[in-house]
Design a binder for this molecule. Structure first.
Ligand code: NAP
Ligand code: ZN
Ligand code: ZN
Length: 367
């Protein structure tokens, strides 16, 4: 192999790892073609050729700086499925050709009490997000899965179970955020046979919540603002559907639910749902709207000792457990596959609650 005079390293290794992507350059700018450089592999790194990437509402919140703190250019995407193309010398768990996945995290401190309990999603020092995060080593901004390739530390790479066929891989991608974000609270609040679970919002997270709660044996009530989603909700596993615009529909469920997963991406009146919880019931907030919710009425909490909680994605161990659970129960996301050129249109449709029920980018369209 040719070497560069004076350096002794092979030319191929010195060449930059240029990757095609889509990025936005500002809060009011569309996503557009962008070239980025992936880092050279560190000893624990896995290089992944991306096949599919899901489109999460968090991508839109971040691309448009709705949570503030977005660094531009911004390459979103944290529901990634692909094939391993190269591994670093210390990687033991993965080999070239493996089908793998990457979710919302690419690093954490690994030493705090949360990390030691496999809860990297609650890292006390601060985790590194797959996009719009800061790499701990070279202090560069991380770029996500709207790209043809990614390089990730092996601790943050998941195995796609063999139970999934190649054909199912596009529907596996959304499990990496929408799947784990809903699986984790269902497990934490010990949902199973005999539980009555409410899910608010039938979008990416909501439809996974319905499927997973149903598979865990719970009775599921879906609360939706879209009348046209009723039949789908039942097909996905909801036992009952209530239209949130219809107060009579909601009244039927007063004081009846053990757990509510609230996935709504916009600010709204929380009292509407708190009233539906049993004594000691919990509403777990998953949606992260741009603007705060109005404060709920305290009486709605104190008279029935009700709880409002929150939850963010899941740790790596639990994410693998969720993937294995989904493979065992034949659960994937219901998706609409799009070429990357349609991403801006997909964002607009997501804002209109017109997603059935997750857009997934076919990354072949980027090559
Ligand atoms: P999505 O696919 O757009 O679904 C959101 C759903 O909320 C919509 O389909 C709609 O359901 C309902 N909705 C939206 N706007 C509404 C409004 N103004 N009033 C009432 N209902 C409304 O979004 P997603 O990807 O599931 O994400 C949902 C939220 O969770 C986002 O804020 C996202 O950033 C956040 N998130 C949090 C985590 C976490 O770790 N906690 C992880 C991922 C995402 P209906 O049509 O059925 O009413
Ligand atoms: Zn997400
Ligand atoms: Zn930590």
């Amino acid at each position: 192999m040719t070497t560069v005079k004076g350096l002794g390293a092979p030319v191929a290794e010195l060449q930059k790892n240029s990757v095609k992507a889509y990025a936005t350059q500002g809060a009011d700018k569309p996503l557009a073609p962008f070239n980025l450089e992936r880092r050279k592999l560190r000893p624990h790194d896995v290089q992944i050729e991306i096949l599919y990437c899901g489109v999460c509402h968090s991508d839109l919140h971040t691309a448009r700086n709705e949570w503030k703190g977005t660094t531009y250019p911004c390459v979103p995407g944290h529901e990634i499925v692909g094939k391993v193309t190269k591994i670093g010398p210390e990687v033991k768990n993965f080999k070239e050709g493996d089908t793998v996945a990457v979710g919302c995290l690419v690093d954490s401190c690994r030493t705090c009490s949360s990390c030691k309990e496999n809860l990297e999603n609650y890292c006390e020092v601060g985790f590194v997000l797959t996009y719009n995060g800061i790499d701990k080593h070279d202090k560069t901004v991380t770029y996500g899965g709207y790209s043809t390739q990614i390089v990730v530390d092996d601790h943050f790479v998941l195995h796609v179970p063999k139970g999934f066929s190649e054909k199912e891989l596009p529907g596996v991608a959304p499990l990496l955020c929408a799947g784990i974000t809903t699986y984790s609270p269902l497990r934490h609040w010990k949902v199973g046979k005999g539980s009555k679970v409410g899910v608010v919002g039938l979008g990416g997270l909501g439809h996974m919540a319905v499927k997973l709660a149903h598979a865990m044996g719970a009775q599921v009530v879906l609360f939706t603002s879209s009348a046209n989603k009723t039949a789908d909700a039942k097909r996905l596993g909801a036992d009952e559907v209530a239209l949130t615009k219809n107060p009579q529909d909601l009244k039927k469920y007063a004081n009846s639910l053990d757990l509510i997963l609230n996935t709504v991406s916009a600010s709204h009146n929380l009292d509407t749902y708190l009233e539906l919880l049993k004594r000691d019931g919990t509403m777990c907030m998953l949606g992260a709207p741009e603007h705060p919710h109005p404060s709920p009425t305290v009486q709605n909490l104190i008279f029935k000792r009700r709880n409002i909680a929150g939850s963010i994605i899941g740790g790596l161990k639990e994410t693998q457990e969720m993937l294995d659970f989904c493979a065992k129960h034949h659960i994937t996301s219901d998706i609409e596959i799009i070429p990357i050129q349609k991403i801006n249109e997909a964002y607009e449709r997501m804002l209109k609650s017109d997603v059935k029920y997750r857009f997934v980018i076919d990354i072949a369209s980027l090559k």
